[in-house]
Design a protein around this ligand. Structure first.
Ligand code: BGC
Ligand code: ZN
Length: 385
């Protein structure tokens, strides 16, 4: 991991990393140069854990993902937990030894992009934002990383084992924040404690029981919602147990139609979509209740057009004051909120939270959890212990 000189020739013995080469259509363990702090506001981190998600699978199958300008490869990984090892002279919020999670998106450089100029690149107007491990910035599946202090969120040492879940949880945090804003239109509210209308609790349906869905279900539970998780298969005994532990209902699409789901739940106040399957989503939209909010977080693969009863949906959306919103990425304060919530989840359901992490792999074996049929809930690449 050091740079040395040998008979006038500079030897670059870098660090191990997972490199995706889109032009060559290959993914492999590579040698990647060690980064150095170049500004007093930066910190250097030793990467501990990196979570694997659907976005990574798209990137390694070359449907998505772009290397930084001038580079042949992109270092993969955007869901991280690391430990600070060195800080620049002006860094004040973190110190060596601290655990941190790095945010993912970096601003575009257009002066007219009000979102990026306000530090809200999660709402970037131009599309010229970059994302670590995804779009034009190297990611976190490597040994050492340098980052600006402003992109770091400090994680308490007690969350060492599960801190890698912070980034996928930020998707739910940004969703909940928007849900609360939207439902401020209802003078009696339905998106913040006590979440009760005339003695009836608010009902949320979570579509999908992957990490984003299950973490979303947990966030909805601690926010006071009745939660029903609607997932493709019946086979996930572990997912059933997690649902039980957090006091959510688990309904399998295999055995229960959307129509029957809607009958059991009653009026649905919120749908939190974390499935990325548009056919199911648009079926469920039909059963969204009065003043309901439908939140899309999944990115579907292109499977060709499907038939949807658009007149029915449009009429229903209008006559029921419904809101359909899509959300992507998350700003720093949602990382803070995710860390806070994760601590709360660990107080209430430590085993359920731990069981979300189903397997850990060393960096050299990172391609195994990236395989399409890897199975499990959240698989993690352990870069260093
Ligand atoms: C990440 C987001 C990112 C999105 C689109 C997701 O997997 O969690 O941070 O904005 O992919 O690239
Ligand atoms: Zn992700």
């Amino acid at each position: 991991m050091s740079r040395g000189k040998c008979k006038g020739r500079r030897i670059l013995d870098g660090m191990k990393a997972i490199g995706v080469f889109p032009a060559l259509r290959k993914v492999e363990v590579i040698d990647h140069p060690e980064p150095a702090i170049v500004s007093p506001t930066q910190a250097k981190m030793r990467v501990l854990d990196v979570g694997v998600c659907g976005t990574d699978r798209e990137i390694i199958s070359f449907q998505y993902g772009t290397p930084p300008a001038g580079d042949e490869y992109l270092v993969l990984g955007h869901e991280s937990l690391s430990q600070v090892v060195e800080v620049g002279a002006q860094v004040t919020r973190v110190k060596p030894g601290d655990l941190v999670v790095m945010t993912v998106r970096r601003p575009c450089h257009h002066p007219e992009c009000t979102a990026c100029r306000a530090g809200r690149q999660d709402y970037c107007y131009t599309g010229d934002f970059t994302e670590r491990g995804i779009k034009q910035q190297h990611g976190y599946m490597t040994e050492l990383v340098v980052e600006e202090e402003s992109y770091l969120a400090v994680v308490p040492a007690a969350l060492r084992d599960v801190g890698v879940l912070v980034e996928p949880l930020t998707i739910a945090e940004k969703s909940l924040e928007q849900l609360k804003m939207v439902q401020q239109r209802l003078p009696w509210g339905c998106a913040g404690a006590p979440n009760v209308i005339d003695g009836h609790p608010c009902h949320a349906v979570v579509l999908g029981a992957g990490p984003v869905g299950l973490l979303g279900a947990m966030a909805l539970r601690v926010s006071g919602f009745e939660v029903t998780i609607y997932s493709r298969s019946n086979t996930g005994a572990q997912k059933n147990e997690i649902a039980d532990a957090i006091g959510a209902h688990y309904v399998a699409a295999e055995t229960t139609s959307v129509e029957d789901l809607a009958k059991t739940v009653g009026a649905i106040d919120v749908v939190y979509e974390a499935l990325g399957a548009s056919a199911v989503a648009f079926e469920v939209i039909k059963y969204l209740g009065p003043n309901g909010v439908f939140i899309f977080t999944g990115v579907p693969g292109r499977k060709g057009p499907i038939e949807v009863d658009t007149d029915y949906i449009m009429k229903d959306v209008v006559l029921n004051n419904q809101v359909i919103l899509g959300t992507v990425n998350a700003p720093p304060h949602c990382f803070e909120q995710a860390i806070h919530h994760l601590g709360e989840f660990m107080q209430r359901w430590p085993d359920a939270v731990r069981s979300l992490i189903t397997a850990r792999f060393p960096l050299e074996r990172a391609l195994e959890p990236l395989a399409v049929h890897a199975g499990g809930i959240k698989n993690v690449v352990t870069v260093s212990a």
